[in-house]
Design a protein around this ligand. Structure first.
Ligand SMILES: NC(=O)C1=CN([C@@H]2O[C@H](COP(=O)(O)OP(=O)(O)OC[C@H]3O[C@@H](n4cnc5c(N)ncnc54)[C@H](O)[C@@H]3O)[C@@H](O)[C@H]2O)C=CC1
Ligand SMILES: CC/C=C\CC(=O)/C=C/C=C\C=C\C=C\[C@@H](O)[C@@H](O)C/C=C\CCC(=O)O
Length: 261
């Protein structure tokens, strides 16, 4: 499915899952704004992508999702460059139990900030043309992960916030769909650095390695393909899509209001 004429904003775009999402969006003819704190990496990646997909279709913006000012400015520059925003992938995240406040600030507050700033441009009740926002959760957003309780909390927050926003959008007529992608282990720098980022839970590194062996590891491209499915399937709103080596599965959550249904 072509995304020609559509514009995407991707955070944490320079490496790992975010970079894979940038590439699959460009392969499907979207224009993409890459937001990341890695300025040198972002500029060199954008130059290379510009040569492959057309420099008019890519834009790097130096942006820390912890900064309201930088994030707001980045969205404005993306709209100024491309005219509108149709797709947002709030993906930037870290795993570091030693710096847990920063983990909360980036993984949860950054996703909330990116969602609200995106809505300023996309919300149909405010002159926008609607669209879709995908937030990066995790399997650790669906079940507790003892080696990283704070990371687990941030990802549970992302999944639940995304589902609540999907309902709020439907009731409020925003015209914006919200979905979460929940990967298992993915071969990226974040994954490679787990053993040295567990802080007071470093004694659980071996147990985590055993879980990795049990659960397996997927590629960033496999995650990007799952995200693209939720971008292009307009029936998807309020979904959490688990992505594992065995495949993809939409999560069914308990109906708390009428539990017998
Ligand atoms: N790798 C894995 O096993 C899994 C990762 N995830 C989630 O996927 C997302 C991406 O993670 P990976 O690609 O694995 O990580 P990565 O470390 O490979 O890439 C993360 C990117 O985000 C950027 N970034 C970090 N802090 C930022 C900030 N404050 N503002 C803007 N950009 C920032 C980094 O510069 C980097 O380019 C994260 O939210 C992570 O929690 C979810 C499930 C599994
Ligand atoms: C340590 C986090 C590693 C990378 C980032 C990430 O988000 C990857 C997550 C991959 C798998 C997460 C699995 C979480 C599973 C939970 O739902 C538990 O239900 C699994 C069962 C036992 C976990 C044992 C433990 O708590 O360590």
């Amino acid at each position: 499915m072509s995304l020609r004429g559509q514009t995407a904003v991707v955070t944490g775009a320079v490496m790992g899952i975010g970079r894979a999402m940038v590439e699959i969006l460009l392969q499907n003819d979207a224009k993409v704004a890459l937001l990341d704190v890695n300025k040198s990496g972002g500029e060199s990646l954008t130059e290379a992508l510009g040569k492959q997909y057309g420099s008019q279709n890519v834009l790097f913006l130096d942006c820390d999702v912890e900064s309201e000012e930088q994030f707001k400015a980045a969205f404005k520059r993306a709209v100024d460059a491309f005219g509108q925003i149709d797709i947002v992938f709030n993906n930037a995240g870290i795993l570091n139990e030693a710096t847990w406040e920063k983990t909360v600030s980036i993984n949860l507050l950054g996703v909330i900030r990116g969602t609200y700033l995106a809505l300023e441009h996309m919300n149909k009740t405010h002159g926008g043309r609607g669209g879709v926002i995908i937030n990066t959760g995790s399997m650790a957003g669906l079940g507790p992960f003892s080696c990283c309780p704070v990371y687990t909390a941030t990802k549970h927050g992302v999944v639940s916030f995304t589902r609540a926003m999907a309902s709020a959008s439907t009731v409020s007529g925003y015209g914006v769909r919200f979905n979460a992608v929940c990967p298992g282990f993915v071969q990226t720098d974040l994954f490679s650095n787990i053993p040295i980022r567990l802080g007071q839970y470093s004694h659980m590194a071996d147990a985590t390695a055993q879980l990795v062996k049990k659960m397996g590891v997927i590629t960033p491209s496999q995650v990007a393909e799952a995200v693209l499915e939720m971008v292009t399937d307009e029936t998807k709103n309020g979904e959490a899509l688990m992505v594992m080596p065995k495949g993809k599965e939409y999560i069914t959550f308990p109906n708390l209001i009428s539990p017998n249904k």
